[in-house]
Structures are given as C-alpha cells and as structure tokens.
Design a protein around this ligand. Structure first.
Ligand code: NAG
Ligand code: NAG
Ligand code: NAG
Ligand code: NAG
Ligand code: ZN
Length: 669
C-alpha cells in the first residue's frame, strides 16, 4: 500500500519532468512522503546541492555537488553513459548557459562513484521487527563536487544538470548584497535557548516573577526588548529540525537536514565530504578581521549548537573531528575560525582515549596561543588579553540545580576535565552560563577593541532537560539565561557598549511544552493511585503556584511549594509523572528492561519523587525520551539592526539579518 504510493509519487515526478522544457525553472512543491531517496533532491535522477531556492550573500563561499542516481527500470546496470557524462552548466540572470568549471574558473573535478541503500518505504524500515521481506533499493551514484565557489554579483543564478538528450534538472539560486542598516551593529550577542518554546517562557515567568491581582510586577529581562519576531524552524527536507540543522540555518543562512552542520547532506557515506556553506564566523574572519568571536555553551562544546559556529560535517556526532576542526578547520576551505573565547563542557575530546587519534588537544590549544582554565575559580580570576579556552567537565556541564542546589549529586561523577577518570567535576567548581558569558564579554572587548565582537551563548540544557521531562531543571536553566541577559545588559551599559550592540534572544526549535493547571503536591503524595489526578486544578481551580523570590536573585527560593505547575509535552515514551522535583539526580523518564523493552523508569514511582501517574507512550519504536516539536519560536532583539527582526521569518533569514546588521554584506570578496 505504502510502497504503491511511493511509486505513484515517482510517476508523478517523471511526468512533471517530461512536461518541463530543459531550460525552464520549475518550482516543484515538496512531495508527500516519509522516506525520500535523499533530502532536498526532487528530480527522479539528478540532485544539485545547495538545493534549489537557496540564497547566498554575494561572495559567500559554497561547494557545489551534483549527483546522478541510477536505481530503477530506467537504469539497467552498468549505469547508462548519460549518468556518467552528465553536463553541468550555469547561467546568470537568464543569460546563456556556460559550462560550470569554466564559469567558476575551476578545474573539472574528478568523477566520484559510490552506492547507497535507499530505505524507500515504511515496510523496509521495519522489515526486521515485522518479519517482512522488504529490501532497500540499491542506488548507484556518479557525482562531481566543485569546492569553494563564489557568486560575486547579486542576481538570479541557475545551475542545470543534463543527463541524456531529454533529461535535465535546474536549481535556482538568489544572490543578495544587503546594504548596512541606518546604524551598524558593532557587536552581536546571539543567545540561543535550545529547545525553548513560548510555553517555556511563560512558565519561567510564572516561577521567577511576582504578580498581584494576576498582574505581573515585572517581566523577564528580554521581554522589554525593542522587537519580537516569530521564527519558522523546519528543515530543508522535514517538518521537524534538530539543533544541528537549525543552528546551521542561523550560522550559514541555509536550511539543511537533521544532523548536518554547515553542509548539505549528500548520499556518500563519508561525513566529511559533503558540500559546505560559509558561516557567519568565517565571514567575520574574512571580511572584518580583528573582530573578536566567542562561543559559549553549557553543553559539551562539540554539541550541535556551538559546533555550528566553527565546524562543517554531515554527522554531528563526530565529536573528535569537530574538536580537531576547532583549531585546524577543513581542507579546501577558508581558514579555521579559532574563536577568541571558547567555553563549555566536552573535555573528554581534548585528551585521553576519546580524543581523535589520542591527540593531546590541550597542548595544541596552548600552542595556538590560548590561556586555558578548567574550573570556575580560574575562569573568574582570568584577566589577560590572550584567547581564552575553558572546559569544565566531560560531557554536558551540570545543570543549574546540580551546580547550585544539589551539588552532592555531582560527587562521584569522575568527570573532571583532567580526563584521568579518577577526579570529579563538582557542580560548585563549574561556572554557570552567567559566569561564562560575562567573562567572554570582558575578553572579547579587550581583543576586539574598535572592531567589536560576535558572541554566541547557548543555554543548552533547557532542551536536554525538556527531552527527559525534568521540567523544573529545564526551567531553572531558562531562568539562568534570563538572569544572564539581565547581567549582560548591565555589563554593556557599564562598559559603553550598549548602544552599539545588537542582542538577539531566540531558540533553535520547540518542545511542545505547556502548563495546563496546577498540582497540589501533598494531595498527590497522599492520595490512592486511582485518585491522584484529583490533585490537578484546572481553570479556576488552578489558582497560582507558591514560588517566591524573596532574595531577589531572579530564581525562586523554593522549588518544592505546596502548589506547583501541571506541565507536560505532547509526546513521549511511557513514563510516570508526579510533577515533583527529583532531588537525587536529573530524571530519565524510561529505561530498557531485562527483555530489551522500553518501560517507565521505576525510580520515578519509588525513589525520585514517589507517587505519580502513568502517562502512555505515543512515539515509534526505540524512543526513550521526548522529541522536538514544530511550533515556531520567538526572537527578541534589541539595539542597532533590531528593526530587521520584526514579524514572521524563517530561521535561515536570521543569518542574512545578522550579516546585514553587522555590515558583512558590503564586500563581495
Ligand atoms: C546495502 O545493503 C546490503 C544488505 O541488504 C549490504 O550487503 C550492502 O553492503 C549495503 N550497501 C551499502 C552501500 O551500504
Ligand atoms: C587519525 O588516524 C587515522 C588512521 O591512522 C588517519 O588516517 C588519520 O589521518 C588521522 N587523523 C588525524 C587528524 O591525525
Ligand atoms: C553533601 O554531602 C556532605 C557530606 O556527605 C554533607 O555534609 C552535606 O550536608 C551534603 N549537602 C547537602 C546540601 O545535602
Ligand atoms: C579510557 O580512559 C578512561 C580514563 O583513563 C578509562 O577509565 C577507560 O577504561 C578507558 N577506556 C578504554 C576503552 O580504554
Ligand atoms: Zn533537542
């Protein structure tokens, strides 16, 4: 049934291809279907990356890859010659077609050939589980890739691949050269609250701010910013996005596929040969030398969001290679970014048996001119002018709860950045987002001087704790971001940079998080199992929860009030929910039992928070935590250029708006 549908789609595409004259550009809507042959590749046999509808800054670097796919009754083996002698041509503003290599003054790249298996249907995907006789389709690929190209002039560009007398496919690009706004931004600070939707902002406000007669005394720090925009986050080939491909949109102006960092995903197995696109940090290095660049995250520093600002790979999980790229970049490309400030977790990839080929990257970091710090005390003390490198823990840094309330939960983690496998990285020895961001600003101001700086600062664990339904921990890290932004604004004012700084506060994608009432914790604990849902108050019985912030630090003083929030997301594995704080450790909602079956984590019913209720599974096989959702995200902005960020726009446009605000579009070199 589903397989039949796949072939109908292919037939429709083939009919479309026949109806189109070879020189026409046809804007074909994305097709229905869960198992495309390759993302962003609508033609029956030809693929062009960057895909059609891509936009570039004049002079921005990109790689161009063309693939021909032989896989069906039209392509008997050996692969027919038009597929191996395909012609690639380029034209500008509807002019005459020129051979691609001549057009770009490039040598003809070698023909590459490989095979890949196309999981073409849901039956094939689940063939093993459902004992079906469905096999993937063998696709024979021939390809060429042109590296490091530029379109220097604005305009409309078409790239055509012809394979045989009647078969061709055209991709259309737009090249723009934005002029600087009325007032250029000398500095840009991009705060990314990973996986944060508007529901989470509302909940953080309910926890961290007081109100009288239901009216808030004050809002969160960024809620008074100049502009509020609305960002569409889907991938190039899917409704949903992950953090790699959404950060790629912000960093490079190109929507890509899940897991891809500043490349379009081709079909080859090599995660390092995919066609690259230039990032805003690389452009800053080329066009505004002397401007300082900082990257700060509470995740491991090779994680998708920070990695999007200094690396290129199709596979976000190649953390060893991403670490190497931080210092050494990639071949046939621009110089590596080598940020002036680089702070986060992920120590294990810098030395020891997880580092690439056992390299001691700590030594290389020093050789590259960095001062290194490994704990909060040394970070705070640092007042030099050298580039600053700091990793404070293996893996993700501990969340605000474990760094502040439950430090004892970090005893025994053996996650010390010395990578000896013996010493702990205590929560109290790890800096928070505020410590890292303010130190980054100090160093960036010293290093960037009149040229200014670009800083990306990520509150990573909002997403990580949303995935595992530890909503209190997620919201505490979001409140930490709020306090960080408040202190950032104070710092900018004290240091004379406020008027020259564009501050952006956004998320990369949503979780379907929301609050739908309140919970009486005492009733929940004492009620019999069948009666527990009576603890939830909805509409007028929701009232207000009991969080207070008497010491004025921006965080609730009490995380266990009598009345707390009834919250959840719209998806997950089966799990127990008690709407209570897990004091022993961040929770994990499901576990795999002795028979390999994913079941609710029994700790959530026993140790973590006692009594709760069962919430059922609505995810496909194998998912042990919640997944991202598709709703648009907020983008608050303040300062020069913020007028560019109004209304509704797509995530890739954020790159062009930042580039315009910084005046990065003025050159076409
Ligand atoms: C495709 O799958 C088959 C088994 O079904 C395997 O033998 C083959 O190596 C795979 N090819 C590639 C390119 O991965
Ligand atoms: C790592 O080792 C492999 C295998 O010896 C080698 O092919 C590769 O070039 C090395 N990579 C680096 C970055 O040294
Ligand atoms: C942490 O552990 C130490 C030593 O076991 C204990 O003295 C201290 O009270 C604990 N702190 C908290 C906040 O539980
Ligand atoms: C890697 O190093 C750690 C820390 O020294 C050690 O505990 C672990 O056993 C090592 N793993 C392997 C596979 O060698
Ligand atoms: Zn996520």
């Amino acid at each position: 049934m589903v397989q039949l549908k796949t072939f109908v789609c292919l037939a429709q595409l083939a009919a479309l291809a026949l109806a189109v004259k070879p020189n026409d550009y046809q804007r074909v809507p994305d097709q229905e279907g869960q198992y495309p042959r390759l993302g962003a590749c609508p033609d029956k046999h030809a693929c062009i990356f960057p895909p059609t509808e891509s936009q570039f800054l004049a002079g921005g670097y990109f790689d161009l890859r063309v693939e021909l796919h032989a896989y069906d009754e039209d392509t008997t083996k050996p692969v027919p010659s038009p597929f191996t002698t395909f012609k690639t041509t380029v034209r500008k503003n509807h002019g005459s077609w020129k051979d691609a290599s001549q057009y770009f003054h490039a040598s003809v790249p070698p023909l590459e050939q490989w095979h890949f298996n196309w999981t073409q249907s849901i039956e094939t995907k689940y063939a093993k589980q459902l004992a079906l006789d469905a096999k993937p389709v063998d696709v024979a690929v021939t390809s060429r890739v042109w590296r490091k190209l530029q379109f220097k002039q604005p305009g409309v560009y078409d790239v055509k691949v012809e394979y045989g007398p009647k078969s061709s496919y055209v991709a259309r690009y737009t090249v723009v050269q934005p002029t600087a706004p009325k007032q250029k931004a000398k500095n840009v600070i991009l705060f990314i609250s990973d996986g944060t939707n508007t529901g989470a902002i509302t909940a953080a406000r309910a926890l961290a701010r007081q109100h009288t007669s239901g009216k808030y005394h004050d809002l969160l720090s960024f809620e008074s910013f100049d502009e509020l925009g609305h960002v569409i986050t889907n991938s190039v080939d899917s409704l949903l996005t992950d953090s790699a491909n959404s950060a790629t949109a912000y960093a490079s102006g190109h929507k890509s596929s899940p897991s891809a960092l500043n490349v379009y995903a081709d079909s080859s197995a090599d995660p390092l040969d995919d066609p690259k696109i230039e990032t805003i940090t690389e452009l800053i290095r080329r066009r505004q030398p002397g401007k300082a660049i900082g990257i700060v995250s509470t995740a491991y520093i090779q994680d998708a969001t920070p990695a999007a600002f200094y690396s290129h790979t199709r596979q976000r999980s190649v953390s060893g290679e991403i670490t190497r790229q931080f210092l050494h970049g990639v071949p046939h490309w621009t110089d590596p970014v080598v940020p002036d400030v680089f702070l986060g977790g992920g120590a294990e990839y810098f030395s020891g048996n997880k580092s690439l080929n056992g390299t001691d990257f700590y030594k290389e970091v020093t050789k590259a001119g960095y001062a290194s710090v490994f704990n909060k005390k040394d970070l705070t003390k640092y007042n030099g002018k050298d580039k600053l490198f700091g990793v404070f823990r293996q893996g993700n840094m501990d969340v605000w709860f474990e760094r502040n309330l439950y430090v004892n939960n970090t005893v025994g983690n053996k996650a010390n950045p010395d990578n000896q496998g013996k010493n702990d990285a205590l929560g109290s020895d790890q800096p928070g987002l505020q410590d890292m961001t303010l130190k980054a600003l100090e160093v960036l101001k010293k290093r960037g001087g009149n040229k200014g700086f670009f800083l990306m600062s990520e509150a990573a664990s909002v997403d990580k704790q949303m995935h595992t339904f530890d909503y209190s921990r997620a919201l505490a890290d979001l409140i930490e971001l709020d306090v960080t932004i408040k202190k950032t604004v104070e710092w900018l004012k004290e240091n004379g940079e406020y008027e020259d700084t564009l501050i952006i506060v956004t998320a990369d994608h949503s979780h379907s998080f929301d609050v739908y009432g309140s919970v009486d914790a005492q009733f929940m604990r004492s009620a019999k199992e069948g009666d527990r849902l009576g603890a939830i108050g909805v509409y007028e019985n929701a009232g207000f929860p009991g969080y207070v912030d008497e010491d004025g630090d921006g965080f609730p003083d009490n995380w266990h009030p009598e009345v707390t929030l009834a919250f959840g997301t719209n998806n997950g594995p089966a799990h127990y929910e008690a709407w209570q704080v897990s004091a022993n450790a961040p929770r994990y909602p499901s576990v795999t039992d002795d028979h390999g079956v994913i079941v609710p984590n029994p700790k959530d019913m026993a140790g973590n928070f006692g009594h709760g209720v069962l919430v059922n599974n609505n995810l496909p096989f194998g998912n042990t935590q919640g997944v991202h959702s598709m709703s648009d995200v907020f983008l608050y902005s303040h300062g020069p250029g913020s007028e560019l960020f109004k209304k509704t726009f797509e995530n890739w446009q954020v790159f062009f708006k930042m580039a315009q605000a910084l005046g990065l579009g003025e050159s076409n070199q």
